[in-house]
Ligand binder design. Structure first.
Ligand SMILES: Cc1cc2nc3c(=O)[nH]c(=O)nc-3n(C[C@H](O)[C@H](O)[C@H](O)COP(=O)(O)OP(=O)(O)OC[C@H]3O[C@@H](n4cnc5c(N)ncnc54)[C@H](O)[C@@H]3O)c2cc1C
Length: 500
């Protein structure tokens, strides 16, 4: 074993700085030096404002004070996503974090609810989700401080300012010994065995390392340009390939959720931060020109723009090998699935976690890289299937884009999930999966896919008990949420920031 003694990260976007923070936290400085090279002239994608709940857990594991982080990154709390106009033009649904209902004795809540619906009960699934009820009422409280209450099963993520996050993580990493080099990498030299040996900067400086992490964004300077691993393109499942984004002034109350509104050739986002809003339109260039996209975006914004809108082209998919030899790719360099469920930052963190799990020595045994690639591709596929579900069941046929979404051939893994769910209300759920059953159930329900029956085991439970439990649970959540602070009041108490 010849341990890694010098890891070089190339790129200082969210991927680079998150990797730096996590590695600096986990690896001893006297054993392994970590250097990050970035070019301020090239800049970052500067976007990525919505996260998922594991991000909050990650902050905790890094020993970061959540309150301080919320303050420094102008963050707001996120209880889920409100989808407007996805199933039909004029409807909406909510995908909440956290639980929906609790088991009744040993019976799955969802199956009990299905039976109640079959018997004529009119309650909606989301009435049993603490996050949905809080979001609908614009209220927020930390579920971690209310565990044994009706909102104890809630969960949350954050909306963050991407530039502030990179700055915060840079401070965190440098305080723990990370060495940062400002410079533009122009050459990647490889050894006879194909491993990357050295980087050369524009000004001639050389940077040696025994392991390299490519965080250079879409171009994949090391993993693709130098190592040419190839790309697995998923455009046949997801048509969107461009986004136009703009930051705007604050408007209205700060809602504790992301809004994703279906548009003629894609969808637009609205993300509230403490000091401003983030807006964007993700669209399919085969159905919509950049000029049309710009005018759609400008129609959706509800406050003055703070900058010129910026267009970001992307290809959906992932590198065929995310880790090859002594080069690991993370972030946009590794792959990208449109930001509908805000999963990209999560996939960066997963990449670093798996890298630490399969941590190599200088030889980088191919058995480790194979296992890493298998696990990461499984994560990418899970996200892809979940995102495709939001489109494929649409009833919309009012544009070429939506007709295309209805007609695509689904990945087998998603087709099997849908069939199992439709016939039995059951879900294939792995221990390691990001989206748990309440997520799938919410999107299935929101997109009009409901099982044809319920699990027959529920008939072994007295129906009056089901009815009484549903009634009590619904009232308990509603009653408690009515007494919670509004999201703005909570933020103000947490951060001391003035309410805009
Ligand atoms: C439209 C859109 C919306 C998104 N929304 C979300 C979201 O809501 N939630 C979410 O989790 N994610 C989202 N993402 C993804 C998220 O933005 C990225 O995952 C995240 O910002 C990481 O980017 P990155 O660090 O990989 O790349 P970048 O930000 O592009 O950083 C690349 C870095 O590499 C450096 N670099 C490049 N070439 C060189 C070179 N030759 N020499 C030196 N340095 C170099 C650059 O200077 C820069 O520092 C979104 C992405 C897009 C496109």
């Amino acid at each position: 074993m010849t341990p890694l003694s010098k890891i070089v990260i190339v790129g200082g976007g969210t991927a680079g700085w998150l990797a730096a923070a996590m590695l600096r936290h986990h690896l001893r400085q006297d054993v392994c030096e970590i250097t990050l090279v970035e070019s301020e002239d090239l800049g970052t994608v500067g976007i990525g404002e919505s996260t998922v709940p594991p991000f909050v857990g990650l902050l905790r594991r890094l020993g970061i004070d959540e309150r301080e982080f919320v303050q420094e990154t102008e963050a707001t709390y996120k209880l889920g996503i409100r989808f407007v106009g996805w199933h039909q033009h004029d409807d909406s649904y909510f995908h909440p974090f956290g639980v929906i209902g609790r088991p009744i004795e040993t019976h799955d809540f969802y199956q009990c609810w299905l039976k109640a619906r079959a018997r004529g009960d009119r309650s909606s699934l989301q009435e049993f989700s603490p996050c949905s009820v809080m979001a609908q009422n614009g209220r927020f409280f930390l579920p971690t401080r209310a565990r044994n209450t009706p909102i104890g099963g809630a969960n949350y993520a954050l909306h963050v300012d991407a530039a502030h996050v990179a700055r915060y993580l840079r401070g965190y990493s440098e305080a723990r010994g990370l060495k940062r080099i400002e410079g533009h990498v122009t050459e990647v030299a490889r050894a006879a065995n194909g491993f990357i040996e050295r980087l050369t900067l524009e000004d001639g400086r050389k940077i040696d390392g025994d392991f390299f992490i490519d965080c250079t964004g879409f171009k994949g300077l090391l993993i693709e340009k130098a190592l040419g691993v190839g790309f697995n393109d998923w455009s046949q499942y997801l048509a969107c390939d461009r986004a136009i984004a703009v930051k705007t002034e604050h408007a209205g109350p700060i809602m504790p959720y992301t809004q994703a509104t279906a548009q003629k050739a894609g969808w637009s986002w609205r993300i509230p931060l403490q000091h401003r809003l983030g807006h964007g339109y993700v669209y399919a260039s085969r159905f919509c020109s950049d000029a049309e996209a710009r005018s759609t975006l400008m129609r959706t914004i509800d406050s003055p723009a703070l900058e010129e809108p910026k267009i970001i082209p992307f290809t959906t998919g992932h590198r065929r090998q995310l880790w090859k030899d002594n080069c690991l790719s993370l972030g946009l360099a590794a792959g990208f699935i449109e930001p509908l469920e805000a999963t990209a930052i999560h996939l960066i963190a997963r990449g670093v976690e798996f890298f630490l799990r399969y941590f190599p020595d200088r030889n980088c045994d191919p058995a480790l890289t194979r296992e890493y690639n298998r696990r990461m591709v499984a994560d990418f596929e899970e996200v892809r299937d979940f995102v495709v579900l939001h489109y494929c069941a649409t009833q919309r046929d009012d544009s070429r884009f939506w007709r295309w979404c209805r007609e695509i051939a689904l990945p087998d893994s998603l087709q099997e999930r849908i069939e199992l769910f439709k016939r039995h209300g059951a879900l294939r759920e792995g221990v390691d999966e990001l989206f748990r059953k309440s997520s799938w159930q919410s999107v299935f329900e929101g997109m009009g896919i409901r099982p044809t029956g319920y699990c027959p085991r529920v008939d072994h439970l007295d129906y009056t008990q089901i009815q009484a439990t549903l009634e009590t649970a619904r009232e308990a959540i509603r009653g408690m949420v009515a007494h919670l602070p509004t999201h703005e009041e909570f933020l103000q108490a947490q951060t001391g920031a003035p309410t805009p």
